[in-house]
Structures are given as C-alpha cells and as structure tokens.
Design a protein around this ligand. Structure first.
Ligand code: SF4
Length: 228
C-alpha cells in the first residue's frame, strides 16, 4: 500500500489542544478544496509530493518520534489508503495520533484511537458547502473542531454552528483568526483578515466556550513556508 506524501518532518505543533508539543508531521499531498486562505498551497495538487509505501512512512515517523504524530495535508482523507496509514502508525506504537481533515470526507470509519481535528469551513473559506454534517454526529471528547474565522460574519456563523449543534459540551473547540493570507493562497490578497485581538473580544462578548488559537509555528518561523 502506498500514499502520496508531501513532507514528513519534526516540529512543534502550532495549533489545537496539543499546541507547543514536539510532533512528527506526516503531510499527505492532494486536496480538492480551495479555501481562500489556505496555507499549504504547495500540497494541493494531487500530483504534488511522492508516492511512498506505508511501511516507509512509518519507518520515517519512527525515526523522528512516534510519541505524537499528526497526519495532515492537503486533505488526508481524499486518499483511500489513509485509514491503513493511520492503523499502521498505531500498530507501530504511535502515542497520540491526530488527523487533521477538512470535514468534507467521512470520518466515522477511522480507528477509534485517532484524535480527529475537523477544520469546519466557515463561509469566508469559500468551501463551507463541502462540510459533511454527519461528521459532527459522531464527535468524541478527544476530537476537536476548528473554525478559521476571516470576518465578523464568519464568527457569527461559527457561533450559530456551535450553539445549534451543542458542540461546546461535546469536544474541544478552536477559533483561529485569518491574520494574513499566505502567498499563493487561492483567495489571494483581496481576502479579508481578522486580528487575534478582535476575535478575542468577540469570543468574550459571546461567552462561547472555545479556545482562541494563533498559529504558533507562524510566530516562531514567519519566513518558513514548509517543514513547520
Ligand atoms: S485549507 Fe482548505 S484548501 Fe487548504 S489543504 Fe485544507 S482543506 Fe485543502
């Protein structure tokens, strides 16, 4: 079994409930979505990256550290072999194994030990029509739902999703501002941005039980596009 890999590297987890922890990143290549603020434009093409046997991916991850592994993309679940990769990482002894996905593909068939991080698309991404509602039905306390907020309208939309689906009591929630649009992002420089300070004040006003996140890796390595 092979998977198409964009990059495998060790860095600090820049987002989510495990932010700041050293982590082995396995970035799969290919994503059919085109979020306006996407920060991994280099991994979007289905022909980017290289095919690697799952066993070789596991070996590389083992060499970097299996204590905490994040499988990300691109959109990892566009490759039908990704569940086999996740299982192989668990079989190899991965401690915490997380999967970051757009939420546009079914997540219910994945190994139960996988921490699912759903990047639930707000309208400002241009891809909210791809959210697969059934992915919110099977959330576990170890899962996370992230909302990337590009405007006040996005924040209001996210709040309505959170409250109408009772997400605050079901898993960790993350709100992340689009503070800058990366070069090469599908939306380009015309896309609006929100400061972390603005988002913080909206969160406090609303009383939402969610965590504000800023992308730690962008603060630590602002000039590096890959490998962080
Ligand atoms: S941010 Fe959107 S376009 Fe970019 S990899 Fe994730 S799902 Fe694909």
């Amino acid at each position: 079994v092979t998977v198409r890999i964009s990059e495998i590297f060790r860095s600090l987890q820049g987002e989510g409930s495990h932010v700041g922890l050293p982590c082995t990143f396995v970035r799969l290549a290919g994503c059919p979505l085109r979020c306006s603020w996407c920060d991994t434009a280099y991994a979007l093409s289905a022909s980017s990256g290289n095919r690697m046997p799952v066993a070789d991916v596991v070996d590389r991850a083992r060499a970097l550290g299996l204590d905490f592994v994040l499988v990300t993309g691109g959109e990892p679940l566009v490759q039908p072999e990704t569940p086999a990769l996740l299982q192989a990482l668990l079989d190899a002894g991965a401690g915490t194994l997380a999967l970051e996905t757009s939420g546009a593909y079914p997540t219910d068939g994945l190994p139960a030990a996988v921490h699912r991080i759903l990047d639930w698309k707000c309208p400002g991404s241009g891809e909210d029509g791809r959210n697969l509602a059934e992915n919110l039905h099977s959330l576990r306390p170890t899962d996370e739902v992230k909302f990337v907020v590009a405007s006040r309208a996005d924040f209001d939309w996210a709040l309505a999703e959170i409250r109408s689906r009772d997400l605050e009591s079901r898993c960790a929630l993350l709100l992340s501002p689009v503070v800058s649009i990366p070069e090469g992002a599908p939306g380009g420089p015309t896309q609006s941005t929100v400061s972390a300070t603005e988002l913080a004040s909206w969160m406090l006003e609303s009383g939402v039980r969610a965590r504000l996140q800023v992308q730690l890796h962008r603060l630590l390595w602002p000039d590096r596009e890959r490998g962080v």
